[in-house]
Design a protein around this ligand. Structure first.
Ligand code: K7E
Ligand code: CUA
Ligand code: CA
Length: 640
């Protein structure tokens, strides 16, 4: 089995069914011991068996040469540290957006401007050069995307980045204090109090790993004292405005359409430091935050701070929140080790997936608010449905017609189920059948998300299944496999598999945004760059051993054919692209000095480096711009 891809010439797919059962067994074996205890095989669902994948109906989703896609697909890039833009339904890659990684193509992590956003140490080197992006979400207005910003997390270093959607470039990064394993992120959709603020002003961040608070060497051998904080970041300033200490951990994050509630699923309600401990409890939770009350406590000064951080920390632990009428948190018990929490587009429900329980838990937000008002006995009374949907449920998407679509990691399927039927069944209606359809995906889906599905404009057209394994789906290319993104058509009663495309590891979550909801800028405005170089300011300016080279590009020329500096100089090159034509990008590379970046039309960027070795170096344009692109070069001379 392991070698069946070794001979490319004779390579034949080993067959869907073989691969699927192999993966199923492996996945179950991986949960050794757990399977029996938690009844992984106990899913009683009598739903229709998944049919064979329907033959792709090519015309339905293919885009002819020159045809534009109907949707933008904004995707995280996992431990590549980037974010990505694809077009759907074609699956064509449109853009990679470097965020936490270094990208020599655009010069991210090389230019002064990008380094300032990424953060540097005292010596000017980058503080971090790695990142792990899982979730990318757009800012909202009136319950749908407003094309201002995308927010994306870095799980490794607990940073939140913002991407401006006019240029699709990262413009801010903030590190969350006293947080480890920052995983789920979601912007709010409106203010909890002020009805005039019907757009995103906060970004909520969950923390998956608990750590010593502060993490300054104390309590290293005493994980029982460690804790996890939920963070709120101001969307406009990107400052952390408050944090809330919780019991247990946090994973994914969802926000309500009325702005009042944010929630995070918890798989480690046990606060355990090891795997066995994290699976000990029969139930974990979905943890709700009452945004207005938390902010009132902050205003009243009822908070602490941790270590060097000045961010107010409110106590959201159970012991401090026993009276619902004053509580800032509500812990709703849900299936074992849940993963994923998603808001239904009608604004009524959050759905939390069981992962180790074959169920999805539907929580009624009106009942959560009722609990906070003292009108319900138990947090669990907010649960209005808990259908059995299949093995390994992770993430849920919606079609805006009352149906939910949940990825089933262990079953390698997507299940379509109906919310009203699930609620009726939970109330005791024996005739209710929540599960409507299942379809095989290839293989082991993580996130699935639907077109406009996280907005009030959910349109039920497409669903993207982000599959973690792809063996047999594509030509073998060595030990590292790509991942499979699969596009499903949601428009009929049955889901239809439309297409496969590859993804470089490792996208997790994404959003699918109708193209008219995205407004971009195709050419920069030169005046936006205070350091733009003009004919008047161009040239070399020296101050002591600092040489500032002010340069312009206009196809097929750099403004200076010769640039002279001296060994030992600290050289800054500021380059403004004077071309106004859309798509006319230039690049700038200097051999042996590790300089490589681009300037888009009317854009200005700069680099600073020490000219520590002499010689003649051709500074050349790297980005094909003109018939004389190869000739577009200048002599960069470092004199002794
Ligand atoms: Cu399920 Cu990080 Cu959203 Cu991966 S997480 S799939
Ligand atoms: Cu300028 Cu290539
Ligand atoms: Ca658990």
């Amino acid at each position: 089995m392991a070698n069946d891809n070794s001979n490319n010439k004779d390579h034949k797919p080993s067959g869907d069914s073989g691969r699927r059962s192999f993966l199923g067994k492996t996945a179950l074996a991986g949960l050794a011991g757990a399977g029996a205890v938690i009844g992984l095989s106990g899913c009683k669902d009598d739903a229709p068996k998944a049919g064979k994948a329907a033959p792709a109906s090519a015309a339905a989703h293919e885009k002819a040469p020159g045809q534009l896609d109907d949707y933008y697909h904004f995707s995280s890039g996992g431990h590549s540290g980037e974010a990505r833009i694809l077009g759907l339904p074609s699956g064509r890659t449109l853009r990679r957006i470097p965020v936490f990684n270094i990208d020599p193509m655009v010069g991210w992590g090389i230019t002064n401007e990008s380094k300032a956003i990424m953060g540097t140490r005292a010596d000017g080197s980058l503080k971090y050069t790695t990142g792990d992006t899982h979730h990318v979400h757009g800012s909202y207005k009136d319950g749908t995307y407003d094309s201002r910003w995308l927010f994306v997390n870095d799980k490794i270093h607990s940073r939140l980045a913002r991407i401006r959607m006019d240029t699709m470039e990262c413009d801010k990064i903030v590190e969350l204090p006293n947080v480890a394993g920052f995983h789920g992120v979601f912007p709010d959709k409106r203010d909890p109090v002020d009805p005039a603020i019907n757009y995103t002003t906060r970004v909520f961040c969950g923390a998956e790993f608990h750590i010593p608070l502060p993490n300054d060497g104390r309590d290293l051998d005493d994980p029982a004292k460690w804790g996890a904080l939920f963070s709120c970041v101001n969307a406009a300033t990107m400052e952390v405005v408050w944090q809330c200490r919780v019991d247990g951990n946090m994973d994914l994050v969802a926000t309500s359409y009325d702005g009042k509630l944010a929630a995070s699923n918890q798989y480690n309600a046990e606060n355990a430091p090891d795997l066995a401990g994290m699976m000990a409890a029969e139930r974990d939770g979905c943890l709700f935050f009452h945004v207005e009350r938390i902010e009132a406590l902050v205003k009243q000064g009822k908070f602490t701070t941790i270590g060097d951080s000045k961010v107010p920390v409110v106590d959201g632990r159970k012991a401090a929140n026993e009276d619902p009428k004053t509580a800032v948190t509500c812990y709703v018990p849900v299936g074992k080790n849940p993963h994923g929490v998603n808001a239904s587009p009608d604004g009524k429900y959050f759905v939390c997936s069981g992962k180790l329980s074959p169920t999805a838990t539907v929580i009624d937000l009106a009942l959560v608010l009722k609990w906070f008002d003292g009108g319900l006995k138990e947090p669990r009374d907010t649960v209005v449905a808990e259908p059995e949907i299949g093995l390994g449920p992770l993430h849920t998407a919606f079609d805006g017609k009352g149906n939910a679509y949940t990825s089933l990691f262990l079953d390698s399927q997507i299940v379509k189920w109906n919310l009203d039927q699930a609620i009726a069944q939970f109330k005791g209606d024996k005739a209710a059948k929540p599960v409507l359809d299942k379809i095989d995906v290839h293989y082991q889906p993580g996130h699935g998300y639907s077109s406009m599905g996280e907005t009030k404009e959910a349109d039920g057209k497409y669903f993207n299944s982000g599959n973690k394994f792809s063996k047999d789906r594509f030509l073998p290319v060595g030990p590292l496999h790509c991942e499979t993104e699969q596009l499903l058509d949601l428009s009929g009663a049955k889901m239809v598999l439309l297409s496969d495309h590859t993804a470089y590891p490792e996208p997790h979550d994404g959003i699918i945004v109708r193209r008219d909801r995205v407004k971009t800028t195709q050419v920069h405005t030169m005046a936006d760059f205070p350091n733009a170089v003009s004919a008047e300011t161009a040239g070399v300016e020296r101050k002591g051993n600092k040489a500032h080279v002010r340069l312009m590009s206009q196809a097929p020329n750099f403004s200076m054919p010769i640039i002279k500096v001296k060994r030992g100089d600290e050289v800054t090159i500021t380059l403004t692209n004077h071309d106004k034509v859309e798509d006319l990008t230039h690049g700038c590379a200097i051999p042996t000095y590790n300089i490589n970046f681009i300037v888009n039309p009317q854009e200005t960027k700069s680099v600073t480096f020490k000219a520590d070795h002499v010689g003649a170096y051709w500074m050349y344009c790297t980005h094909f711009c003109h018939a004389l692109h190869l000739e577009m070069r200048s002599r960069f001379l470092v004199e002794a």
